[in-house]
Design a protein around this ligand. Structure first.
Ligand code: FAD
Ligand code: SF4
Ligand code: SF4
Length: 477
């Protein structure tokens, strides 16, 4: 059947259609439409079925990409879904929000000269189709086990682990301080990248499979960590990283300067129909305002595009490096530019202007210097190059550090790395406390959804081994 494949020589790359800018600026719906059946088949058939597939090697989940592309090209979608779901807990989510240009697609061999296979869009298409056709069945363990597992954090790491443990028959309870499941998938990432229904659909699927969710449960506050340990055979900490990096300089504390995640959570809650006083009061609402976003990562991109959709008067992104050296996805920068965001590259804030409320940002031009030990170029200010950008709302999106988990959990024996993330044994995912494991951003630092899924799946496998080993040891006594 390989004659159906290798079509890249005459079939050009086609991405799913994007909605018109004017239309997408007016709502929070996803900007990419879905492939139709013919496009999905045709685009999948461009794959050359590499013997050593670099796409898979560079996918953190080692997805069997050539196999599901071939099955899609042949119209065998249910089988494609089975293969895709075998390695990825949430393929339709990764298909939407992975930075494919840096992962699978960026390493597709066809990229060199013919443009890569549109792997992410096909991955999304397969699982969306599977949901519509009822092929996605609730988790059904072959046999129930009596041991219970407590998972702290309902983000992608916690949820991927929950699915993998429940599939092995464990009684799984997931605790989260929020009132909805999804972590940053529900309250961080805006709907124009990942519609909320996609996350809510997975929540229902997990609950239908027998996973219990205890929400509005802030571990360390409403329930003690010690209490949780006494309830469960093992614990997984998957709490993510949430401490915003602060900005320094005169005026940095002025009203009107807000943290990115507060702004995004407010917008996402408003979109979900919640009562959000900070949105209604205008505190965290960009409507009619001149907005300046500081930062160059995914969070900054989500803020600028949210502000556009809230009818900001103008939206400027200040970033101290240039386009090539920004951490955010270049695809998202292009989308933001299309939607009307102004990027001021190589500029860093020096001071925030205003008396009772911010009125502007004084910034200084930067130039790139020599790379440091990590390979990143240094950035230095250019003397005398200061300029002012007027602003009514300044959003700080400089990244996140881990909160102090040992203090929050009143557990001083929980050891940390030099970066403040939880220290785990890289093979077993176990922390310094026996039976307590950790996965996702709280271990690796702010990262990607696909890595959180991988960590959650691998931690679940390690937890299973740990519990089995405990049982063998007890039986041997
Ligand atoms: P999280 O998703 O942060 O989930 C942690 C959960 O733990 C949360 O629900 C939190 O409420 C809960 N929690 C924390 N402390 C407690 C406690 N004490 N008690 C109970 N519950 C607790 N990645 C991509 O791949 N693509 C993107 O496009 C992308 N965009 C992003 C946009 C933004 C704005 C941000 C902030 C991140 C983005 N990321 C993106 C990164 C990605 O969202 C994270 O890497 C991923 O969500 C990490 O998963 P996690 O499960 O480790 O943590
Ligand atoms: Fe690519 Fe992400 Fe899917 Fe892997 S999970 S194939 S990196 S889109
Ligand atoms: Fe197909 Fe590209 Fe992967 Fe090769 S690298 S198997 S052509 S998707």
């Amino acid at each position: 059947m390989t004659e159906r494949m290798l079509q890249f020589t005459h079939l050009p790359q086609q991405t799913p259609p994007k909605r018109e800018v004017a239309e997408r600026r007016a709502d929070f719906d996803e900007i990419y439409k879905r492939f139709d059946v013919q496009s999905a088949k045709a685009q999948s058939s461009r794959c050359s079925q590499c013997g050593i597939p670099f796409c898979s090697i560079h996918c953190p989940l080692s997805n069997n990409i050539p196999d599901w592309l071939k099955l899609t090209a042949e119209g065998r979608l249910e089988e494609a879904y089975e293969i895709s779901a075998a390695t990825n807990t949430f393929p339709e989510i990764c298909g939407r929000i992975c930075p494919q240009d840096r992962l699978c697609e960026g390493n597709c061999v066809i990229e060199k000269g013919f443009e890569s296979v549109t792997i992410g869009a096909v991955e999304r298409y397969i699982t969306d189709t599977a949901f519509e056709n009822g092929w996605v069945k609730p988790i059904a363990p072959a046999a129930e086990r009596t041991e219970s597992i407590g998972i702290i954090g309902a983000g992608p790491a916690g949820l991927a682990a929950a699915e993998a443990l429940r599939s092995r028959g464990y009684q799984v309870t997931v605790y989260d301080r929020h009132d909805r499941v999804g972590g940053l998938l529900i309250y961080g990432i805006p709907g124009f990248k990942l519609e909320k229904e996609i996350v809510l659909r997975r929540w229902k699927w997990l609950a239908d499979g027998g996973i219990e969710f205890v929400l509005d449960a802030d571990i360390g506050e409403t329930t003690s960590f010690a209490e949780l340990r006494s309830r469960h055979s093992a614990i997984l900490i998957a709490t993510g990283v949430y401490k915003p990096r602060e900005i320094a300089g005169p005026g940095a504390g002025l009203p009107g300067i807000v943290p990115a995640l507060s702004y995004l959570i407010t917008s996402n809650r408003q979109g979900l129909g919640d009562d959000v006083p900070d949105f209604d009061s205008g505190l965290l609402n960009a409507e009619g305002k001149r907005v300046v976003v500081i930062g160059g990562g995914d969070t900054a991109m989500d803020c600028v595009r949210t502000a556009i959709r809230q009818n900001a008067k103008s939206v400027t992104c200040l970033y101290r490096r240039d386009r090539q050296n920004m951490p955010g996805s270049l695809r998202e920068v292009a989308n933001a530019e299309d939607e009307g965001v102004v990027f001021t590259w190589l500029a860093a804030p020096e001071a925030f202007l205003g008396d009772n409320h911010v009125t502007g940002v004084r910034a200084i031009c930067m130039h790139l210097g020599l790379p440091d030990a990590s390979g990143r170029m240094s950035v230095d200010p250019i003397a005398g190059s200061s300029f002012t950008v007027e602003a009514d709302l300044v959003i700080k999106a400089l990244g996140f550090d881990p909160e102090d988990v040992p203090a929050a959990f009143n557990e001083p024996d929980l050891r940390l790395t030099g970066w403040g993330t939880l220290k785990v044994d890289p093979k077993t995912f176990m922390t310094s406390l026996p039976g307590v494991f950790a996965a996702g951003d709280i271990v690796r630092g702010a990262s990607l959804v696909v890595w959180a899924i991988r960590d959650g799946r691998e931690a679940a496998a390690a937890m299973h081994e740990y519990i089995q080993a405990q049982q063998f040891a007890q039986a041997a006594e």
